[in-house]
Design a protein around this ligand. Structure first.
Ligand code: NAP
Ligand code: F7E
Length: 347
């Protein structure tokens, strides 16, 4: 049985990756941040009771703590390490730039150093996946490939560029199996509520159920290449099964504007978004990424990867999920229960 270690297991991708690896017979260890309220909603269905034997194991840890990462690497002895942990919100990174750099850039370096020492001491050949991002391309026009120059447009993107180059350097300097996946935007019903797709589908669900009237958004003209997270975590795993470590772009090759996302989502939700959406400048970024559309030919040819869930099915699954949540919220409200439906500061 192979053993995997995932940082960021409580996030969108971490939950899909854990499901995928467990279904493929792995023992899965996840690093969970200690928070004052529960943060394991996305993986609770995989982790019934800590006292019952299971192939899923959770450990407290943080990318801010090199000593803890080193310890976890030594006791878990993973065959594959997936570094998904991040302060992943682009707009937030403008306010929390130093923290973002510490977790996203230096946190990756901490995990890579622990990985390097563990590889040497264990004598095994473990493999490391780095979650790089299309945000690294920033202002470089589409289509973006592995050879497109990086032009980051946010503290988050700058930190991801640093983390990517640390990964490539560890691969080349120490002959380690470190692959970097440059993934374009990927969404799902488990997407964080303050990213634009989920913010939209959640609001449409609540508007349809009469729980909300207005939806405040920023720039509707930017374009993104949106895929489904379940398809994209499969690509992460495929990269670590490949014969050599490489850098791969993972993308659908189709791009839509935020406005077009609103059109399709509204059609499914049967809500006219133009009656509800208002502009709020707080959601603009000091520097925007206008247009992303990836060319994933390399991953398709060398890994045999391709997405299985198209744009319209992705949007529909998110709308269906959020209509159901809004229905539950309405039922609870009708029974006199208060449901916390606050957004984040940027929600
Ligand atoms: P996400 O939902 O925001 O999840 C981020 C995960 O990182 C969460 O488990 C979070 O824990 C954890 N985390 C945050 N700070 C941490 C710290 N200091 N130490 C350890 N863990 C920490 O992100 P995602 O969408 O799943 O994305 C996964 C990775 O891929 C991220 O690195 C992201 O930057 C990158 N990426 C995402 C996309 C995309 O479109 N989704 C595209 C390209 C790259 P909590 O649950 O406690 O917050
Ligand atoms: O913004 C515009 C916003 O926050 C998409 C992260 O997973 O993907 C994600 O980063 C677009 C931007 O994602 C609102 O200006 C308009 O142009 O959903 P987003 P992102 O910035 O593309 C990359 C690949 C990652 O790596 C990141 O971790 O939508 N937009 N109005 C808005 N965005 C938000 N969040 N909220 C709005 O109200």
């Amino acid at each position: 049985m192979k053993t995997a270690l995932i940082s960021g297991i409580t996030g969108q991708d971490g939950s899909y990756l854990a499901e995928f690896l467990l279904a493929n017979g792995y023992a899965v260890h996840g690093i969970v941040r200690r928070t004052s309220s529960f943060n394991t909603d996305r993986i609770d269905h995989l982790y019934a009771d800590p006292h019952v034997p299971s192939r899923l194991h959770l450990h407290y840890g943080d990318l801010a703590s090199a000593a803890r990462l080193r310890h976890l690497m030594e006791v878990i002895q993973p065959d594959e390490i997936y570094n998904l942990g991040a302060q992943s919100h682009v707009r937030v990174s403008f306010d929390e730039a130093e923290y973002t750099a510490d977790v996203v850039a230096t946190g990756t370096l901490r995990l890579l150093e622990a990985f390097r020492d563990y590889s040497k001491q264990s004598g095994s050949q473990p493999r490391f996946y780095q979650a790089s991002s299309s945000e690294m391309f920033g202002a470089s026009p589409p289509p973006q490939t592995e050879n497109t120059p990086f032009y980051p447009r946010s503290p988050y993107a700058c930190s991801k560029v640093a983390a990517h180059w640390y990964s490539v350097n560890f691969r080349e300097a120490y002959n380690l199996f470190v692959s970097s996946g440059i993934l374009f935007n990927h969404e799902s019903p488990r997407r964080g509520e303050t990213f634009v797709t989920r913010k939209i589908t959640r609001a449409l669900g609540r508007i349809r159920m009469g729980l909300q009237d207005k939806l405040y958004l920023g720039n509707l003209d930017s374009r993104r290449d949106w895929g489904h997270a379940a398809d994209f975590v499969r690509a992460m795993w495929m990269m670590l099964q490949h014969s050599v470590p490489e850098t791969f772009v993972v993308a659908t090759g189709e791009s839509y504007s935020v406005r077009e996302f609103l059109d399709v989502a509204s059609e499914y939700a049967e809500v006219d978004w133009r009656k509800h959406v208002e502009f709020d400048a707080r959601y603009l970024r000091p520097t925007e990424v206008d247009s992303l559309c990836g060319d994933s030919s390399k991953a398709r040819q060398l890994l045999g990867w391709k997405p299985e869930i198209g744009f319209r099915d992705l949007v529909k699954s998110m709308v269906d999920g959020d209509i159901e949540l809004a229905r539950q919220e309405l039922t609870l409200a009708g029974a006199g229960h208060t449901v916390s439906r606050r957004g984040g500061v940027y929600g």
